[in-house]
Design a protein around this ligand. Structure first.
Ligand SMILES: [Zn+2]
Length: 675
């Protein structure tokens, strides 16, 4: 069995020799890399030498080098070009890797060395970056329970195990409720629905074994149905079924599960010495404390409610004009809001599309980074893992900075969505390692000889992912564990969401949004409508989102509620939730926070990032404009090159001179006038 995956690759830029890698090489390579990692960890833990930063922390940084190399290739292929063999491998690797991770944090001898270094940190003469890596390493061990003993240690293991079971059950119940409900439609009930909704409803009916078309609880069908169906009675039935997911009684009811999860999380935090689960979760985030999160959300809440109430009055009048009586209900909002959008902001998508060519939008993303950071891009002819993946050599003043790979077209073997990943991250500990960064998207592939065209959302996605890529490519740190995008969850979307703003710069669209056949720039009227449409109905979407984020925070901050549904209702009443808007995700189907703990006390983070990107882009406006060289330099120095080398709040403050304020976000969402 060849071990090519474990070799030091003698290829251009050290890129993986994709052509020589076969699927059956992955399992033995992962086994071998895990064995190497285990041997390296044991050597660190068991050495008779007293602990030093080099023989412990740096050695730990380097212990998994080969594993990272193998998995970098594997997860690139599994995500963007999968097949049954790769799917099976993915299922096999997941428990192996999680067991390996737990083994390391449970290694008492290893933790004792880290703890000894931590206690002696003042005397070790460490650089600022080394102090940070030591702090982060110790903290991740402690958060896993490495310094617990006896009852607390055993109980933590039981609590974590039970939480894992409950999280899975919550997700499965939700799925069961979503799958079991559907509403058959008669042909006449399809009136008013656009073709794509009719087609989706017919396909759904067929899948459910119904006689005709059907509405299901899948977001991609029910939301457009609520938007377009003029049948108020049917909208109500569908809406009520949609918001009852996870709260239908019987075996699939999630309400008690939510209560038990919250109690166990509070206990977990208590065992680890935190005041609440929110305190535990937010310790690693930029926001830092529940109070900071609440303060931000409340600043946005007030103007959002004001805007939503004003919109509600408009929509109610439209509804009464239609001859429907009474109050605007939650199942009416999307329908009248869509009617209003068409009247005020309609964009002809078909006329817009030829102006957004993929090739020109890639050029635009590159050109902005040339003006801002001096980066240059040259096509590379190297073997890739798929013919649609393209590579560029990224340089500055002739010096190699990174390899950038763009894999833009949808295909059956690619998972949905868009993402940025690295085959190799920047670091200096193992030599001057420059990154290999990939952007993966799912844009429609054109017919042979036709230009690839994007929607405006697609173009934003392209800029978004390129922003993440810049965070990786411009990284300039010593240690891989804090390189590039290895930062707090509520900070990682800053570079990506910030970069989207350059697409909105009129001179960028003016230069690069040229018509595929005529070559003419986009007409001004179209450009204006395009930019205005992005803030439409922001009162509604901000209210439904912030309400969910505030409920999430309240559940995890302080005593866990005995009855989460009651706590939710009390909180919404206190906040003055507008009657025709409900939470984007109510408790019994709030999978972000209950199906695993990824976003628990963290649902706010989408808005936190948006506050920062709006505020950060405003800084360019306050200086010399979107390409102000001083601001670009500050952004590069303090954010794009810095990785996780300092606390996120410190990095932001270094860039901006202060912490972010909400004004720019409110302005961007069109909520400022309503305040
Ligand atoms: Zn992102």
């Amino acid at each position: 069995m060849t071990q090519i995956l474990l070799d030091d690759w003698q290829t251009p830029f050290g890129l993986p020799p994709f052509a020589e890698i076969a699927d059956d090489q992955f399992a033995p390579a992962v086994d071998a890399a895990l064995a190497q990692g285990r041997a390296a960890i044991a050597a660190i833990a068991d050495t008779p030498e007293p602990p030093t930063f080099a023989n412990t922390i740096e050695a730990l940084e380097l212990a998994d080098g080969k594993l990272g190399q193998v998995l970098g290739v594997f997860y690139t292929l599994a995500g963007s070009d999968s097949n049954p063999a790769r799917e099976a491998l993915q299922r096999d690797f997941s428990p192996l890797l999680s067991a390996y991770g737990s083994e390391i944090t449970a290694n008492a001898a290893l933790f004792a060395r880290i703890e000894a270094l931590w206690q002696a940190r003042e005397t070790l003469d460490l650089t600022e970056e080394q102090q940070r890596v030591l702090m982060l390493t110790r903290r991740s061990f402690v958060r896993q329970g490495a310094d617990l003993e006896g009852y607390a240690k055993d109980r933590l293991a039981v609590v974590k195990q039970r939480l894992a079971v409950l999280g899975t059950q919550f997700a499965q119940n939700l799925l069961a409720d979503e799958r079991s409900w559907f509403m058959e439609l008669a042909e006449g009930d399809l009136e008013g629905l656009p073709d794509f909704v009719v087609a989706t409803a017919r396909a759904a009916g067929k899948e459910k074994g119904a006689k005709g078309p059907a509405i299901t609880l899948s977001r991609s069908l029910i939301v457009p149905f609520l938007q377009f169906s003029p049948r108020r009675d049917l909208r109500q039935i569908a809406y009520e079924a949609w918001v009852a997911r996870g709260a239908n009684g019987g075996d699939t009811d999630n309400r008690d599960i939510a209560g038990e999860i919250l109690a166990l999380r509070a206990e977990r935090a208590d065992l680890l010495g935190y005041d609440s689960f929110a305190e535990y979760k937010l310790e690693t985030e930029m926001a830092g404390t529940p109070a900071a999160v609440r303060a931000l959300l409340m600043q946005v809440w007030e103007p959002a409610v004001a805007a939503a109430e004003a919109d509600s009055t408009r929509l109610t009048a439209m509804m009464h004009g239609d001859g429907a009586n009474g109050d605007l209900e939650p199942w009416d909002w999307r329908f009248y809001s869509e009617k209003r959008r068409v009247a005020e902001h309609d964009l002809d998508e078909a006329a817009l599309k030829p102006y957004l060519q993929l090739a020109r939008m890639i050029e635009a993303a590159f050109a902005c980074s040339t003006r801002l950071f001096g980066l240059e891009f040259e096509t590379l002819d190297v073997p890739m893992y798929h013919p649609d993946a393209r590579a560029w050599n990224v340089t500055r003043n002739g010096e190699h900075i990174a390899v950038f790979i763009g894999d833009y077209f949808a295909r059956g073997s690619k998972r949905s969505g868009a993402w940025c990943s690295a085959l190799r991250s920047q670091q200096k500990l193992a030599g001057d390692i420059r990154p290999h960064v990939i952007n993966v998207c799912n844009f429609a592939k054109p017919d042979e000889g036709e230009p690839a065209l994007l929607s405006y959302d697609d173009a934003r996605t392209l800029f978004h992912e390129f922003g993440h890529a810049l965070h990786q490519m411009l990284s300039d740190v010593t240690y891989e564990s804090i390189s590039g995008t290895s930062v707090a969850r509520d900070f990682v979307e800053l570079p990506s969401q910030l970069y989207e703003h350059w697409l909105e710069v009129p001179e960028v669209l003016g230069e690069f949004a040229t018509h595929a056949t005529t070559g003419k720039p986009m007409p001004k009227d179209m450009l204006d409508r395009l930019l205005a449409a992005s803030t439409y109905d922001m009162g509604f979407s901000t209210v439904e989102y912030v309400a969910s984020a505030l409920v999430d925070l309240s559940f995890h901050d302080g005593e866990p509620p005995a009855d989460p549904m009651l706590r939710q209702d009390e909180l919404l009443a206190e906040l003055g939730m507008p009657r025709a808007i409900r939470m984007r995700h109510a408790t019994p189907h709030f999978a972000h926070i209950f199906a695993g703990d990824g976003y628990s006390s963290g649902y706010y983070s989408y808005m936190w990032s948006e506050v920062m990107d709006a505020d950060a882009f405003a800084a360019f406006g306050e200086a010399g404009g979107p390409f102000d060289p001083e601001m670009a330099k500050a952004l590069q120095t303090h954010i794009l090159s810095a990785g996780g080398s300092r606390d996120a709040a410190e990095l932001y403050t270094a860039f901006r001179g202060r912490m972010p304020g909400v004004e720019a976000l409110l302005k961007g969402r069109g909520l400022l006038t309503a305040a």
